[in-house]
Design a protein around this ligand. Structure first.
Ligand code: SAM
Length: 299
């Protein structure tokens, strides 16, 4: 495999490495009981394509990738985004995750649905198994805040990004996640039924107990979680030769919306960035868990 720098064992479309780090093992133990985000019983190639097309961020990313590219998803969980990026393209897509149980679901789903341009790598970011300067696009959302050292993990994944390649990072925001933090304390005191009244995502999942369970575990009882700011990630970008392209929420005031996330936007001022992160508390970004996203391009 051209994209790996370590020896590996390949079984079907799954490559496995040993997971040894204690913090990573704590996280994989957590996900193995309830792989995230998991599939619905009737999911198939068409439903994954439809769900991906409805996700503005993933749909724009896929369109911008185009064809014939090397694409990496770090922390792919059960692999929906990797599979979505593969469907109908000739891209070479790799999904990496240390949770074997999640990757087994991803691998079985892609084989059953005859999606043959995706492979899965069961590995820990910190074991640094990927070749340098290989990928044209890297997607890593909802992952680094569940690791022992998010900045070190970011540095490692940047090494495998090619010059002029794009990286998307999604992390929990220190300000924007306040509503979830408050709900977490109320859940501990008042229980799950109360949580169902105050968490809008849970209310939307009311017909699916498995998805509700996965969401509650992921948002409210995760054993490893950290919070970050836009300025922190801008500093990581700077230290890794990554040029800021755009973000959600925007860095500047009223900077044209999210219709073209790959068009370079203004980085704003410290004031505008803080105000925009505070505004997350009052919009859907804050009610859905406070995830913020930055896109960068390697110089
Ligand atoms: C909340 S899930 C997100 C899954 C997927 N990215 C999504 O947005 O649906 C976090 C994922 O990060 C993975 N993860 C945690 N620690 C990791 C590490 N050290 N290296 C790679 N992935 C890791 C977990 O196994 C899990 O699948």
């Amino acid at each position: 495999m051209k994209f790996l720098k370590k020896k590996f064992i390949l079984k079907n479309n799954l490559i496995s490495f040993d997971i040894n780090d204690d913090v990573t093992k704590k996280v994989t133990d957590f996900y193995k009981d309830s792989p995230f985000p998991n599939y619905k019983r009737d999911d198939n190639k068409i439903t994954i394509l439809e769900k991906g097309n409805k996700n503005i961020l993933a749909a724009q990313f896929k369109k911008f990738i185009g064809y014939n590219k090397n694409v990496l998803e770090v922390g792919c969980g059960t692999g929906q985004i990797s599979i979505y990026f593969s469907i109908g393209t000739n891209n070479n897509v790799i999904g990496l995750d240390p949770t074997k149980e999640s990757l087994n679901l991803a691998s079985n789903f892609s084989i059953k649905n005859k999606i043959d341009n995706v492979k899965f790598v069961n590995a820990d970011i910190f074991d640094d198994v990927l070749k340098e300067d290989f990928f044209d696009f890297i997607w890593c959302s909802g992952v680094l805040h569940h690791t022992k050292d998010p900045q070190a993990a970011f540095n490692i994944i940047c090494n495998s990004l090619k010059k002029e390649g794009y990286i998307l990072i999604g992390l929990y925001n220190k300000i924007g996640r306040i509503r979830t933090i408050i709900r977490k304390y109320l859940y501990r005191i008042l229980g799950e039924n109360f949580l169902k009244l105050i968490d809008p995502t849970l209310r939307n999942l009311k017909n699916d107990p498995e998805e509700q369970k996965a969401w509650i575990r992921d948002q409210y009882i995760h054993p490893v979680e950290s919070l970050h700011t836009t300025d922190e990630v801008l500093k990581w970008f700077n230290e890794n030769n990554i040029d800021f392209i755009s973000s959600i929420p925007e860095c500047d005031f009223d900077d044209g919306g999210y219709d073209n996330l790959f068009e370079k936007k203004s980085v704003g001022t410290l004031y505008s960035r803080i105000v925009n992160q505070i505004s997350m508390i009052f919009n859907s970004l804050g009610s859905d868990g406070g995830l913020f996203v930055l896109i960068g391009k390697k110089k």
